[in-house]
Design a protein around this ligand. Structure first.
Ligand SMILES: Nc1ncnc2c1ncn2[C@@H]1O[C@H](COP(=O)(O)OP(=O)(O)OP(=O)(O)O)[C@@H](O)[C@H]1O
Length: 409
């Protein structure tokens, strides 16, 4: 998928649907509100809409409303007359005038001060601007695209954004999908970023690296992916491997089994060992101490993990609620998983996924939940080879005590 000037990479259903909307609205003059998490390509899409519109040969002007101090933003947008304020040594056109005939992108519009919102509303209604210090107004013909990662409707309810302006800006709304919802586009984008540079020796991605990229949750979306790939490319001499990527990912992810979350890994480590100190968890999980600490604090606050002081250092263990006590409440699928494990003696995540027709990720989650309550016990192997036996948990539901299954593997 591409426009001539600005390439939008990806072929996932989510991206294609969004591109189709962008192409259609480009042919109109409706104002467009683009929403999406940070780094999902809002500015790129705004430029795309402009390029696809009848205004393509006219200026495309972008302003980041969050980056300019509130007191300067008005002069920036509407321009000013010589002498309007100290420093105004000559007349200056504002961005609305500079974008005349074309498109103005009001990026991070959710950060625009309320007082300025009223002035923007007036420009949109009247189609004219009044530079700071000017008596006369000036006609402008500008197509407005605005972008934000905030929820303007919710902000309007909280009186932090004018509701009438939300209606004006939202002639047509486009919500950009997060990178984690774009499937294989992640790998496509990563390859494209590598190809776009000729200052690196590494040009490919190992299979492990691809798996890891697909499992990471990408809080910073495409911008984060771009940064991580380019940084990893500095470290790698040939193909980029998973080990190069983890160095540059802010949130920990298991190289051996990226489908397991940090919390799941903490739970299974505590399940295996009973109790552990932070440094012990760090060396087992091969994850930065700060990351483990962050997750552990959440687990302690939620009552899943207990913290006690032993010889002056904090020791963590699974709370009783996580180890069982009353008869276990398992879902039907978890009961099936235990029954399958009992029937086969030992089961891996992959085998369980195949037997139940679920993804490896779901299988890993179910196994971790079962390990946490003592219904399954890990056999000590790591990563994909890890196997599980039926645990010594005595509180399995009665119905499961001698349950057998005909499920094949
Ligand atoms: N589909 C895509 N194909 C290629 N490059 C992309 C794509 N989406 C985003 N990018 C690139 O990712 C980077 C971030 O995109 P952009 O600045 O448009 O995001 P944004 O949503 O406006 O971010 P923010 O909310 O932080 O302002 C840019 O370098 C952009 O070119």
């Amino acid at each position: 998928m591409s426009s001539k000037q600005h390439q939008i990479i990806g072929s996932s259903a989510a991206l294609k649907e969004t591109l189709a909307k962008a192409k259609k609205v480009a042919k109109t003059v409706l104002p467009v509100l683009i929403t999406g998490e940070s780094g999902t390509g809002k500015e790129l899409f705004a430029q795309f809409i402009h390029d696809q519109s009848r205004r393509a040969q006219k200026p495309f002007v972008a302003v980041n409303c969050a980056a300019i101090p509130a007191e300067l933003l008005e002069a920036e947008l509407f321009g000013y007359k010589k002498g309007a304020f100290s420093g105004a040594v000559s007349d200056k056109d504002g961005l609305f005038v500079q974008a005349h005939g074309g498109t103005l992108l009001l990026d991070e519009i959710g950060d625009m001060p309320l007082q300025l919102q009223a002035k923007i509303l007036r420009v949109l209604q009247e189609g004219e601007v009044r530079p700071v210090g000017a008596k006369a107004v000036q006609k402008v013909d500008v197509r407005i695209i605005s972008a934000t990662h905030r929820d303007l409707t919710e902000m309007a309810v909280e009186k932090k954004f004018r509701e009438d302006l939300v209606f004006r800006l939202k002639g047509y709304a486009i919500n950009l999908p997060s990178l984690r919802d774009r499937g294989h586009d992640i790998v496509k984008l990563a390859r494209a970023f590598l190809k776009s540079r000729d200052d690196f020796t590494s040009t490919g991605l190992s299979r492990d690296a691809q798996t890891l990229l697909m499992h990471y949750h990408w809080p910073g979306n495409i911008r984060e992916l771009q940064n991580v790939i380019l940084a990893a490319a500095v470290d790698a001499t040939r193909n980029i491997g998973a080990e190069h990527l983890v160095e540059h990912l802010p949130d920990a992810i298991d190289v051996e089994d990226p489908s397991m979350s940090v919390r799941e890994r903490i739970t299974s480590a505590l399940q295996e060992s009973g109790s552990l100190a932070l440094v012990e968890l760090q060396s087992r999980l091969k994850t930065p101490k700060a990351t483990i600490h962050r997750h552990l604090s959440g687990m302690v606050a939620e009552g899943d993990v207990t913290r006690s002081m032993v010889s002056g250092q904090p020791i963590f263990a699974l709370a009783e609620s996580q180890c069982g006590g009353a008869e276990l409440q398992l879902t039907q699928r978890q009961e099936q998983a235990v029954a399958l494990t009992r029937a086969h003696g030992r089961i891996t995540r992959q085998e369980l996924a195949e037997a139940l027709g679920i993804s490896i990720r779901t299988s890993s989650r179910e196994i971790s939940a079962l390990v946490a309550v003592g219904a399954l016990t890990p056999d000590g192997q790591v990563g994909r080879m890890a196997g599980y036996h039926v645990g010594n948990q005595t509180n399995l539901p009665h119905s499961m005590a001698h349950q057998h299954t005909n499920h094949g593997r």
